[in-house]
Design a protein around this ligand. Sequence first.
Ligand SMILES: C[S@@+](CC[C@H](N)C(=O)[O-])C[C@H]1O[C@@H](n2cnc3c(N)ncnc32)[C@H](O)[C@@H]1O
Length: 253
Amino acid sequence: MEDTAQAIANLTRERWEANAQYWVKVIRERRDRYRTELTDKAVLDAVGACEGLRVLDAGCGEGYLARTLADRGADVTGVDVSQGLIDAASSHPSSTDKTTFVRASVDDLPFDDDAFDLIVCNHLFSHLHDPTGALSEFSRVLKSGGRLVLLTLHPCFYVENSEQGAMNSVPASQYFSPRGVDQKFVVDGLESPSMITSWLRPLEFYAGTLRDRGFVIADLREPHPSPQQLRDDPWWRKGFPTALFMLLIAERR
Ligand SMILES: C[S@@+](CC[C@H](N)C(=O)[O-])C[C@H]1O[C@@H](n2cnc3c(N)ncnc32)[C@H](O)[C@@H]1O
């Protein structure tokens, strides 16, 4: 009999397989304004110059970030649990010999110790029920002095339907234990075929787990729309009712 953690991991994988073609459409038609107008720039700014770096794109989806970093001169390996998304990434016409895509879970990476200079996790962590295994693996495969750039839902403020303007606060009784938000994606009017659970955990989880695995937090940022975006665009005023994203930059000691 599977234990609970394995059953949740299997369910997550099945749901992402069911959502794979939906996700390809959302990303390739640039339907997600949170990414195209906010978080992509924040992640790329955090990465900085990456020419010649060995980069792991953990939870790479259909591979757009890997392709962008490869265009900037990095050698990028993308991993994802969804075979549908790995197939989409591998067969993209602008994939080059600077990108490699492998189906694997971040809990069990098929790479040697110290194999990477940089790991990027773009909107991955909210899909991990328990990210401690992933952080252990990142610590192992990242060389000393290497960096982890992690963009995820804001642990303190994200609630169900935040994207539709919901602004409820999270009671302490829920905040301090891992909490799951079950919902379908609705991006630019497109609804995902399968439900997804977004897992959130307190800020101190990140600080403590990173520290215990040999990381030092170098920066914590909260990507948010500019005053001009909020003033000029009702979409941002409704869709960004509170801080929605957290970006951590951590260095491997
Ligand atoms: C919101 S998508 C983000 C994909 C991509 N990073 C992007 O920004 O488009 C989350 C991704 O995490 C992947 N994922 C979920 N659990 C995973 C795991 N344990 N190991 C690797 N990938 C995982 C999913 O298959 C999905 O592609």
